[in-house]
Design a protein around this ligand. Structure first.
Ligand code: OGA
Ligand code: MN
Length: 362
């Protein structure tokens, strides 16, 4: 029952307050300064069940945030996004920048190219579905928050329950045809700010492919792995090992229907940020999320830092064996400065781009 402390608390070292009828919990009693293995395992169990865990007032520093995250699994880092002209704002490359600040720590204006880039984060997504190896946990920590009442909540959507409650026909279609999403960061950037990114071609870069209906191994439940990074849908034939794109009409229709399914208000939870050092962790293979705007935008600092854990499940790499993650640097740089991306297109699939710098918060 949401809002109540769980009556039958199976945990010895933490207490749970459920936040929604089907998922998400606030955790009390986590000792981030010196966490026992027992408590750490309880937090893992809680994540498998709830998909979103809220920890208030953790007191975590950048270094402690990274160290704690490393206990969960191998971390992604922003090295491939850091190209000439862009420096990391912090010492740890494992920290992704989800702030509204520029390289000097000043608030970016609403017409800044990065503000346009960030608009894509306000669409429901999972982190890293555009990478060959997807992510499991994201751990987002508030370093500086805007004043209360000016917005900036983070919203979640329960994609496991959304799968379970999907109509049987669509479930069967997803499973029998082994439907998969082809994901690219460029697609969500363009959806977020279509006019600004009008010359950006999402098909100019290789896409990462992941099955849509997937077993969430930590809980044994099925999950709808969908996101606004998903550009189109393909089917997989195990007999021939071939991927076939659906027709654009069918793909668009199904994609919208699945996104509409999972983002219905009954599956959505808004999490407010109260204090600096609040930490919200979620499992990208069990929930979707998005940033929300507000009157703080362009006016107040919102400094958020995120670690991202590589998925360790058997389907982490989807259909992307051998594919190399790119930072989309030159493609976005071209689009963000009004240039074209024809050159990068010719450079071929697995070339890491050396020039230009883009945001590191997606
Ligand atoms: C992220 C993200 C949402 C927010 O860090 O991946 O989407 O509210 N953040 O900042
Ligand atoms: Mn995100």
């Amino acid at each position: 029952m949401p809002g109540f402390l769980s009556q039958d608390n199976p945990f010895k070292t933490i207490t749970i307050k459920e936040l929604h009828p089907t998922y998400a919990a606030e955790i009390f009693g986590a000792n981030f300064q010196d966490m026992s293995e027992e408590q750490f395992q309880e937090i893992r169990v809680a994540m498998a069940k709830y998909g979103v865990l809220v920890f208030r007032n953790t007191g975590l520093s950048d270094t402690q945030h990274v160290k704690f995250s490393e206990r969960i699994g191998e971390l992604d880092n922003i090295a491939r996004y850091l190209t000439a002209g862009r420096k990391a704002r912090y010492a740890h490359l494992e920290l992704f920048d989800a702030s509204n600040l520029d390289d000097n720590g000043d608030i970016i204006t609403l017409d800044n190219p990065r503000s346009h880039y960030n608009k894509g984060n306000a669409l429901f997504h999972v982190d890293s579905s555009f990478n060959p190896r997807r992510s499991s946990w994201s751990l987002l920590r508030a370093v500086k928050l805007p004043p209360p009442g000016t917005g900036g909540e983070t919203e979640f959507a329960d994609s496991r329950t959304a799968f379970e409650e999907l109509d049987e026909g669509t479930k069967a279609l997803l499973l029998k045809k082994h439907l998969l999403g082809a994901h690219t960061l460029l697609h969500s950037r363009k959806l977020g700010s279509p006019e600004f990114f009008k010359d950006l071609d999402p098909e100019s870069q290789p896409m990462a492919r992941h099955k849509i209906a997937q077993l969430h191994e930590p809980s044994g439940r099925m999950n709808l792995y969908i996101a606004t990074h998903c550009h189109h849908i393909e089917s997989y034939d195990p007999a021939t090992d071939k991927l076939t794109p659906m027709s654009k009409v069918h793909s668009d229709e199904l994609l919208h229907r699945l996104l509409d399914q999972v983002t219905q208000p009954k599956y959505v939870l808004s999490v407010d940020w109260h204090n600096e050092s609040d930490l919200v962790a979620w499992d990208n293979t069990a929930v979707l999320h998005r940033a929300t705007g507000g009157s703080f935008e362009g006016k107040y600092k919102r400094d958020m830092r995120r670690t991202t854990v590589h998925d360790g499940s058997s389907t982490a790499w989807g259909f992307n064996d051998g594919m190399v993650a790119t930072g989309f640097a030159r493609t976005l740089q071209g689009a963000m400065s009004g240039g074209t991306n024809g050159e990068e297109k010719r450079m071929g699939k697995e070339k890491e781009v050396e020039k230009g710098g883009v945001d590191v918060g997606a």
